[in-house]
Design a protein around this ligand. Structure first.
Ligand code: ADP
Ligand code: MG
Length: 347
């Protein structure tokens, strides 16, 4: 369980301006396109090359995270990652973020300091500048909304809409682990509620927990593709589960796809924990979500460049639209993919 904050400094004591100044110190600007960061009415950017991509994602307490087992550092880090992931999914490089927070008086200055420590770590590791945001109060919980700005050469930008018949469908990393990490945390929370003296039993599950609590956006995938001189014909990040993302690519590209069940990349721990929870690995990979891997299509000509790369798995191929989006099961049945996402797994 997340550690309780020991010190508590009332946010009102610092005042809005004192607080903002306090939590946003030590955010050096490192990108040439960041002209002015925090401190004026607006940030000033100078995007000199190519195209600019922009996206926002909000995380709401009780909907997207539960502070009984998520530490503020991890929350700050993850809030940045989910945004960076969207930029990498365009085959672009994130450069700046703006962070909007709404907090109730339940939270002290120490909590926000830790939240911003997580945001700072993310900025340092991914070479992104925090250039502004807004701070408001909320009656109940905590909300963090981040806007990310990135850049890419026009020729590099990968849309969801470019997949062509006969392209290969490729995914980075492995799937399903983040969802199982969440199941483990939920189970420990229930145990803890019944008996607060019980120590959480989470040893040996570090990989699944890390995938849930401290995901990494796949910056490396964009770099590898560039080095291989492979431009994805379409791309999306896996935030809601493989099924849902395949359907997005199919719809926007006006194509069908076949995904081979036996090809879906899974960590050994995913098999182990699925057995414990009586779940099937395929259901978890298809509907689990929060993997933040990249799912993309490449032309057949790029097959050899992708095939041997340990970061990538070819899981299927693109068909004509009338074929629809299907899972080809281990016994060679065609099952239409449906976007069930989280709801299906909750039942
Ligand atoms: P304004 O009243 O013009 O909105 P603020 O006092 O809200 O100005 O913000 C002052 C500066 O601090 C601005 O540069 C703003 O972008 C930045 N800022 C405010 N809140 C945050 C935050 N939560 N995180 C990062 N920067 C922030
Ligand atoms: Mg403001």
């Amino acid at each position: 369980m997340a550690e309780q904050q020991e010190k508590f400094t009332d946010l009102n004591k610092l005042g809005e301006f004192g607080l903002i100044e306090h939590i946003t110190q030590d955010f050096p600007l490192r990108n040439a396109s960041s002209i002015k960061g925090i401190g004026d009415d607006c940030a000033v950017l100078e995007m000199l090359n190519g195209q600019t991509v922009v996206s926002s994602d909000a995380l709401i307490e009780g909907v997207h995270f539960d502070l009984t087992y998520v530490s503020p550092e991890h929350l700050g880090y993850k809030a940045v990652m989910v945004n960076l992931s969207d930029v990498y999914a365009m085959n672009a490089i994130p450069k700046q973020i703006l962070v909007n927070i709404a907090v109730s008086n339940r939270f002290g200055a120490e909590f926000l300091e830790s939240l911003y420590a997580g945001i700072r770590n993310a900025c340092n590791e991914y070479e992104v500048d925090l250039v502004g945001g807004d701070t408001t109060s909320s009656f109940s919980g905590l909300m963090i909304s981040i806007t990310v700005i990135g850049e890419a050469d026009e020729a590099d930008v990968a849309y969801r809409s470019g997949a062509k018949e006969n392209d290969l469908l490729v995914v980075s990393g492995d799937l399903g682990a983040a969802y199982l990490g969440l199941q483990l945390l939920e189970r420990e929370k229930e145990v803890f509620k019944e008996d607060p003296d019980m120590q959480p039993q989470l040893q040996g599950f570090e990989y699944l927990l890390q995938r849930q609590l401290k995901p990494e956006a796949r910056k490396d995938v964009v770099e590898i593709l560039k080095a291989l001189e492979v431009k994805p014909t379409s791309m999306i990040d896996v935030s809601d589960g493989l099924s849902s993302e395949v359907l997005h690519l199919c719809k926007q590209s006006e194509v069908g796809m076949a995904v081979y069940e036996e090809k879906i990349p899974l960590d050994p721990k995913v098999y182990e924990v699925c057995e414990e929870f009586n779940l099937t690995t395929t259901t978890v990979a298809l509907n689990g979500g929060e993997d933040y891997e990249l799912l993309f299509t490449v032309s057949m000509e790029d097959h050899d460049k992708i095939k041997g790369n340990p970061n990538f798995t070819i899981i299927g191929h693109v068909l004509e639209a009338s074929s629809g989006a299907n899972l080809v099961t281990r016994d060679n049945q065609y099952m239409p993919l449906t976007a069930q996402g989280w709801d299906a797994l909750k039942k």
